[in-house]
Each structure stands twice: as structure tokens, then as C-alpha cells.
Design a protein around this ligand. Structure first.
Ligand SMILES: NC(=O)c1ccc[n+]([C@@H]2O[C@H](COP(=O)([O-])OP(=O)(O)OC[C@H]3O[C@@H](n4cnc5c(N)ncnc54)[C@H](OP(=O)(O)O)[C@@H]3O)[C@@H](O)[C@H]2O)c1
Length: 211
């Protein structure tokens, strides 16, 4: 069993909490403020998970997930994530986030900008490619013929391995696609975002973009 801290108690945060609980993980969820505000939500939507402050949730966690709106990622204190393995599943979504010119201009993908804020964090991009409801709808046991694949991008090989094991545990085939900058191929507008790929077709789609 691993302990998973999810920062963000919204659509993705609570869906992922359920998926991690179903996989046998210990799950703590935090929003931006007092955990009392989300206690009932967490109890209802992810029974078995605990509500905590972000700092409490992250303390001692094996894996942290950043599930906050992209335009709010800088409200998360980078000090609490230093040295941690962290999944960045955030997407810049203009109707929600508004224009974010710095991210629009980031040829190496939004995660490289996020990484600059979280100095010393072992950031891995994944889980951004599917809708929150698909986390449960599309999850399949390992070896299933119709198992969906998710790209995993990161600079730290050990962090990529930890995150890949988590992706596998919650029902998807992890496909390492290269360094964090390769996460650009996983973003909205790319060949992977919102598309049902198996492992082979995902790797081929990312390769075509890189060529
Ligand atoms: N929705 C999807 O299907 C989907 C799929 C893949 C990826 N994503 C990405 O996942 C992220 C979250 O999306 P969502 O749809 O789940 O958003 P959401 O429903 O609006 O939830 C956002 C959550 O983030 C929390 N939050 C904001 N600032 C925080 C902070 N500093 N520390 C901890 N929690 C904080 C909010 O809590 P407060 O109420 O306290 O502010 C809220 O619980 C976005 O970047 C989105 O692009 C979404």
C-alpha cells in the first residue's frame, strides 16, 4: 500500500481518490483551505479517504498529485513539495483558466513551467489526458485486451517508475514518453489528449509528433 496525497478536492481529485482507494492505497485529500470545508465532500465522494491541509496531506506521502486548476498552481507552496514525487495532471483549459500567455508560449509543455515553480520536486506529467469520469469508466485489469494507455513524462527515472506503477495500479497501461518536456505531446491539442490509445498506438502517436 502506498500513501497518496491529492491536492485538489474537485472533479479529478475526488475521482482519483476513489481510484487510488480501489487500488488499495491510503489516500488524503486537501483543498486550498480548512479541511473542515471538504470533509463531507471527501466522505461522500471518496469514502475511506481523509481530508487534511495540503501540508498535512503531503507529509509522509509516497506520491503527491497536483489536481488544482492550472491558473492556481502557484498558490501551492513549493516548500511542501521539495524532494517529493509529484504528478502534474493539470491542463491549461481556457474556458476555466483564461488566457495564460506564459503557458501558451511554452514549447516544452506546461509542466516545464510548473517545474520551475516547484524547485526540487520530482515532477511527472500524466493522467491529464482523460476526463475525470474515464478514470473509473476506462480502468481495466492488467492484460485486458481493451486496456487504455496513458503517457508518462518526467526527467527523474525513479519518479517515472513510481508514477508508472501507480498508473498501472489504477487500471491503465503506463507508457514512458521521455523527459518532462515530452509531456507537451500529452497536452490538449496533441495526439494523445482525449484519445483512447493502447500502449502501442500511444507510443507511435508520440513518436510521429517528435519526428
Ligand atoms: N475535469 C477533468 O475531467 C480533468 C481531466 C484531466 C485533468 N484535469 C485538470 O485537473 C485540474 C483540476 O481540475 P478539476 O476539474 O478537478 O477542477 P475543480 O473541480 O475546479 O477542482 C479544483 C480543486 O482544486 C482546489 N485547489 C485550488 N487551489 C488549491 C491549493 N493551493 N491547494 C490545494 N487545493 C487547491 C480547489 O479547492 P478550493 O475550493 O479550496 O479552491 C478544488 O477543490 C485542472 O488543472 C484540470 O485541467 C481535469
Amino acid at each position: 500500500m502506498s500513501s497518496i496525497a491529492i491536492l485538489g478536492a474537485g472533479r479529478v481529485g475526488t475521482s482519483l481518490a476513489r481510484a487510488a482507494l480501489a487500488a488499495g492505497d491510503d489516500v488524503t485529500v486537501a483543498a486550498s483551505g480548512d479541511p473542515a470545508r471538504i470533509r463531507l465532500i471527501v466522505e461522500m465522494l471518496a469514502p475511506g479517504a481523509r481530508a487534511a491541509t495540503a501540508a498535512e496531506a503531503v507529509d509522509g506521502a509516497d506520491l503527491v498529485v497536483l489536481a488544482v486548476p492550472m491558473h492556481e498552481f502557484r498558490t501551492v507552496d513549493p516548500a511542501i513539495l521539495a524532494g517529493r514525487v509529484v504528478i502534474d495532471l493539470m491542463n491549461q483549459w481556457e474556458p476555466v483558466d483564461g488566457p495564460l500567455p506564459e503557458l501558451d508560449a511554452a514549447e516544452d509543455g506546461s509542466s516545464t513551467i510548473v517545474q520551475r515553480h516547484f524547485t526540487g520536486t520530482r515532477l511527472v506529467k500524466t493522467l491529464n489526458q482523460l476526463g475525470y469520469h474515464e478514470l473509473e469508466e476506462d480502468a481495466r485489469a492488467a492484460g485486458h485486451q481493451r486496456r487504455r494507455a496513458l503517457g508518462v513524462a518526467g526527467d527523474d527515472a525513479e519518479a517515472v517508475a513510481v508514477v508508472s506503477a501507480f498508473v498501472d495500479r489504477i487500471g491503465f497501461d503506463p507508457v514512458p514518453v521521455g523527459p518532462l518536456a515530452a509531456g507537451a505531446a500529452l497536452q490538449p491539442g496533441g495526439p494523445v489528449f482525449g484519445v483512447f490509445h493502447d500502449a502501442e498506438s500511444l507510443a507511435a502517436a508520440v513518436e510521429r509528433v517528435a519526428a
